[in-house]
Ligand binder design. Structure first.
Ligand SMILES: *Cc1c(COP(=O)(O)O)cnc(C)c1O
Ligand code: SF4
Length: 342
């Protein structure tokens, strides 16, 4: 089992960390509120309520404001609105599609690849993406909170081959500043660690999380720190997200993006090209474009591999090489993400 290290998320009180906590509290959690805000037909409601029972709806208001009212096919909405399709069984789609359970090295610590280990800093996210491969993840555990954090850090301290720690989750920026500072300090005290990476969607979906204090905290570590954000469609990069990314860039943090190729969201060359252009204009380089992980409930998002390869080939003919993300697939037991289509 892979419990979150929620010993590190004890500073949950509002106020201390600024406006973003309040925005989280005000996020949409009921399908009806989201549909009403977007003036969408209530015919979508029964399925949304049924699907949300398996993985609840969560959408910050600022992210919803980037959606087009009245359009049930809006590519941002499609990423977050529970649909009846989630309840359909698709062959080959399971509960642990990427072999996370087998990769646990300590509670909350996954190692699949040489030299880097992934720490599940918290189970919490600011948005619930319907295609998320961790939607069924067994985060809960009976171990005491500080024991879990201590076990993961102890294991890292005994793993001299690990050079880079990836904070993931959930979303590691859901930790408050104090908890995050504490975690980074404890990681920096492990002499063989060189780099710290954060996999986070918050600069995109909750840009107010990127405070001056956070930028200082991330850029002030002995560890070279890199942020990998997650955007799938150019419209996700609204003014607030672009400002947040600019603050991170001014703090000297390298910024990369990983996206997921999703049916009905970004499965056309124009959208992918615009996404790359918009990311670069915001100081972010495209890193990975993931084929969908085959997690139960996400079958309707799948783009067949042959089509994905064609899309990226066309993209490569259209954009400079540095704006073309690497198309990859994750396979349980593999030594790296698998490049698709060459
Ligand atoms: C994806 C992943 C990484 C990072 O892989 P990179 O190719 O270095 O980006 C590391 N650890 C785990 C467990 C992962 O799933
Ligand atoms: S932000 Fe990431 S971890 Fe959270 S639900 Fe979305 S894809 Fe999953």
């Amino acid at each position: 089992m892979l419990p979150k290290l929620d010993s590190l998320s004890r500073s949950q009180s509002a106020g201390e960390d600024g406006a973003w906590r309040g925005e989280l509290v005000r996020a949409y959690t009921h399908p009806q509120d989201l549909l009403d805000a977007l003036r969408l037909d209530h015919g979508l409601l029964p399925a949304a309520i049924a699907a949300a029972r398996h993985f609840r709806l969560l959408v910050p208001r600022g992210f919803a404001a980037l959606m087009t009212p009245g359009d049930p096919q809006d590519p941002l909405l499609r990423q977050v609105l529970p649909l009846g399709e989630e309840l359909a069984a698709y062959p080959g789609f399971g509960l642990d599609p990427v072999g996370d359970l087998a990769a646990a090295r300590a509670p909350g610590l996954l190692q699949k690849y040489q030299g880097r280990a992934l720490l599940i800093a918290t189970a919490a996210c600011a948005v619930h993406c319907r295609y998320c491969f961790r939607r069924h993840f067994p985060y809960a555990s009976e171990a005491t909170l500080s024991d879990r954090a201590a076990a993961a850090l102890a294991r890292l301290a005994q793993s001299p081959e690990v050079r880079e720690v990836i904070l993931s989750g959930g979303d590691p920026l859901m930790l408050g500043d104090a908890a995050l500072a504490d975690l980074i300090e404890r990681l920096a005290a492990i002499p063989h660690l060189r780099r710290l990476r954060l996999h986070t969607r918050l600069p995109i979906v909750l840009p107010s999380r990127v405070t001056t204090a956070l930028c200082g905290l991330l850029s002030g570590s002995r560890l070279t720190t890199v942020l990998v954000v997650h955007a799938n469609h150019p419209r996700e990069l609204g003014a607030a997200a672009r400002d947040a990314l600019a603050r991170l860039r001014r703090a000297g943090l390298p910024l990369l993006n990983q996206g997921v190729l999703l049916r009905g969201v970004n499965d056309d060359v124009d959208t992918l090209a615009e996404l790359s252009e918009a990311l670069f204009a915001a100081g972010v380089l495209p890193y990975y474009l993931h084929l969908l992980d085959r997690v139960a409930g996400a079958g309707h998002f799948e783009v067949p591999e042959a089509e994905a390869v064609d899309l990226v080939r066309t993209l490569r003919a259209r954009l400079p090489g540095y704006l073309v993300p690497r198309l990859v697939r994750e396979e349980p037991g593999a030594l790296s993400k698998i490049p698709v289509g060459g």
